[in-house]
Design a protein around this ligand. Structure first.
Ligand code: 5GP
Ligand code: MN
Length: 336
């Protein structure tokens, strides 16, 4: 594995490298913010890179500087395929397993480009040539700032870069609440504010743009779909395809719903299952010593961080509910 500092001369070479930036499917603010933060940083080096997302993402991210240039692999498959094949470098941000980028994964694996992994999820695969990885970082956006610092280019960080990076730090830490928030996280955030990020506007852009439907949908789920298993200090929210249709739910609308479970006094584990067309998508959030990622991996082919994980299942909601309740019993020792 090469040191990422060695990328500096390669980025500054007279012949501009062809760079593709990609991130995990259904990108969130950390995934897209790190991608566009890097994109805007490379622009400062006179390099025009291409951000390719494996899928679409929520409209609450459309404000990010550079967002108009992003291409969605599912919509522009041919162009994206060509760019991945032709790239000199592919930056893989906020994921470390190729299956997280769906069909793009095979193309990235096959490309002769040097792969650069910048990520903070557990258990990275070995597909990269350069790596900036630690599961201790609050967010990939924080790591992008470290990357820029490592190259000694902080002076190039402008308002556009700062805004993208601040967004990912803010959301991945749940506004500086999670345990992953370190003194360094606050220092990086402070520097981003000094460089022009407007925290109040970024917060509004991300959190205050929900539709009326979405707000009513959250209320409905909390009223009608939330089960509290007091004995196991667990909350389960099961959302059917009909529920999604009834409230016209779009990508990103169920974001945050799982956290309501954990906000209830005494609850240590919160589970959200959403019946999407292709599969049932699961979100897990935990407190204390409950290993959400292990639980996700063991029963639902998933993974993630210790306290925030996800997974997928092709099973019906009914069967998932039964499986979940059995699995929780097996983990009862953590849920006392
Ligand atoms: P979310 O609940 O927000 O979709 O996901 C929370 C975290 O769980 C993500 O940051 C990611 O690390 C992880 N995650 C979500 N879905 C999956 C999945 O299907 N597989 C794996 N390995 N990790 C996932
Ligand atoms: Mn992240």
């Amino acid at each position: 594995m090469n040191n990422i500092a060695e990328l500096k001369p390669l980025l500054l070479a007279n012949t501009k490298p062809k760079i593709v930036i990609t991130t995990h499917h259904k990108p969130d603010a950390d995934a897209l913010g790190s991608s566009l933060g890097l994109y805007n940083f490379l622009l400062q080096l006179n390099i025009t890179s291409q951000v390719i997302t494996p899928t679409d993402y929520g409209v609450f991210l459309n404000w990010m500087p550079g967002e108009k240039t992003v291409i969605n692999f599912e919509e522009e498959t041919e162009l994206a395929t060509q760019m991945v094949a032709d790239a000199d470098f592919i930056f893989c941000l906020d994921f470390n397993a190729l299956k997280r980028i769906n069909l793009l994964g095979d193309l990235v694996a096959k490309s002769l480009a040097k792969k650069v992994m910048i990520d903070h999820h557990l258990e990275p695969e070995n597909f990269d040539d350069y790596r900036l990885w630690t599961s201790k970082a609050s967010s990939t956006c924080e790591l992008i700032y470290w990357f820029i610092q490592t190259l000694q280019f902080e002076h190039l960080v402008n308002k556009e870069i700062a805004s993208c990076l601040y967004a990912g730090i803010m959301t991945d830490t749940a506004s500086f609440k999670h345990g992953s928030t370190t003194p360094t996280t606050h220092r990086v955030a402070a520097e981003l504010l000094e460089k022009g990020a407007e925290s109040n506007l970024i917060f509004e852009n991300i959190y205050d743009h929900y539709s009326e439907n979405r707000t009513r949908f959250i209320g409905f789920c909390l009223n009608e779909r939330m089960q509290i298993l007091r004995e196991y200090k667990t909350v389960i929210i099961l959302v059917s395809a009909e529920d999604l249709e009834k409230y016209n739910i779009i990508v990103g609308d169920s974001e945050g719903l799982v956290n309501y479970g954990l906000s209830i006094e005494g609850i240590k584990f919160s589970i959200l299952v959403v019946d999407r067309t292709s599969a049932r998508k699961m979100s897990f959030r935990a407190k204390g010593n409950f290993p959400a990622n292990e639980f996700a991996r063991k029963y639902f082919n998933g993974g993630g961080h210790f306290s925030a994980a996800g997974g997928e299942s092709k099973d019906t909601l009914e069967n998932i509910e039964i499986k979940l309740k059995d699995a929780i019993k097996e983990y009862a020792a953590y849920l006392k």
